[in-house]
Design a protein around this ligand. Structure first.
Ligand SMILES: CCCCCCCCCCCCC[C@@H](O)CC(=O)SCCNC(=O)CCNC(=O)[C@H](O)C(C)(C)COP(=O)(O)OP(=O)(O)OC[C@H]1O[C@@H](n2cnc3c(N)ncnc32)[C@H](O)[C@@H]1OP(=O)(O)O
Length: 243
């Protein structure tokens, strides 16, 4: 059987040092986080099972987003609480904020608002990637809080992202790209002059800026995860600057 943290299957002295650095959570915060993580693991599992069932029954990805969108919207929006959790867990507000806001943006301001792109393969790509990531991540947090973390979950959390992160980003960028012609044609969410506020806003150009913003932001998230990987899997002591 794969060793668990308790079995001492980790990295000896360095791990002890890491454990020593862990923030002590109060009983109420621990109980809430266990509830939150179990609920999120279950939610993303339900979503994953629904996607597999849909595909087996219909033999196509067309209509898949529509059939799972309520569950997706609920659980991805619920993840906003993660920014609040930064007050009690040792996680970066900046990294978490960028991660959560880009997801919320994809769900509500792209996939929900632009029905014409819901059947794009790229939507299925990011949906599958997010689902695998979140089932792994929330089960990692749950078992970690219970001090019974199986090694394969820890391994999955700090290895899957190497492929899943670029794949998810590709799915998101291709989806925004596919949305551009509809946004340009309809002028949705845009404000043209003249108007009583005397401001103009063009959602089409905003989306192009969002796409370009992945260039500086994504590497920061990716390298952050690579550093976390070295710290957690290989016991490297990494000094990170506070937000
Ligand atoms: C308005 C328009 C905005 C547009 C913005 C456009 C720019 C976008 C650029 C960014 C693109 C992102 C795209 C993204 O959506 C694509 C994907 O997600 S693809 C799927 C692959 N993704 C991943 O694998 C995500 C991996 N990333 C992360 O996991 C993140 O780094 C993050 C979730 C943010 C976590 O970051 P961090 O390293 O800070 O935290 P840890 O998870 O290591 O946690 C630190 C400690 O806190 C404890 N913790 C955290 N949360 C909990 C919890 N819920 N319950 C219990 N404990 C928790 C954790 O255990 C750690 O504790 P310790 O160190 O003591 O063990």
């Amino acid at each position: 059987m794969a060793p668990s943290e308790e079995d001492g299957g980790g990295n000896g002295a360095v791990e002890e040092k890491e454990k020593g650095k862990k923030r002590k959570l109060g009983a109420l915060a621990t109980a809430w986080l266990i509830f939150y993580n179990v609920a999120m693991t279950a939610g993303w599992l339900v979503l994953g099972i629904a996607m597999v069932r849909f595909y087996i029954q219909k033999g196509t990805h067309r209509g898949l987003f529509r059939s799972v969108q309520k569950t997706l919207k609920f659980f991805q929006t619920f993840a906003l609480l993660e920014v609040v959790h930064c007050a009690v867990v040792r996680t970066s507000v900046l990294v978490t904020g960028v991660q959560v806001s880009s997801r919320i943006f994809m769900v509500w301001f792209i996939a929900h608002s632009i029905k014409q792109i819901q059947n794009e393969e790229s939507v299925i790509l990011f949906l599958v990637v997010w689902t695998v990531t979140e089932i792994t991540r929330y089960s990692f947090y749950t078992f970690n809080l219970l001090n019974h973390l199986p090694y394969f979950i820890k391994w999955a959390r700090y290895n899957f992202f190497i492929i899943l992160y670029p794949a998810g980003v590709a799915g998101e960028l291709l989806t925004i790209y596919a949305a551009l012609p509809y946004v340009k044609k309809t002028g949705m969410f845009s404000l043209r002059l003249p108007n009583k506020y005397n401001v103009s806003f063009d959602y089409y150009y905003f989306l192009i800026i969002v796409m370009f913003s992945y260039v500086p932001l994504f590497p920061q998230l990716y390298f952050h995860m690579l550093r976390q990987r070295r710290r957690v899997l290989h016991g490297e002591v990494i000094v990170e600057k506070d937000d």
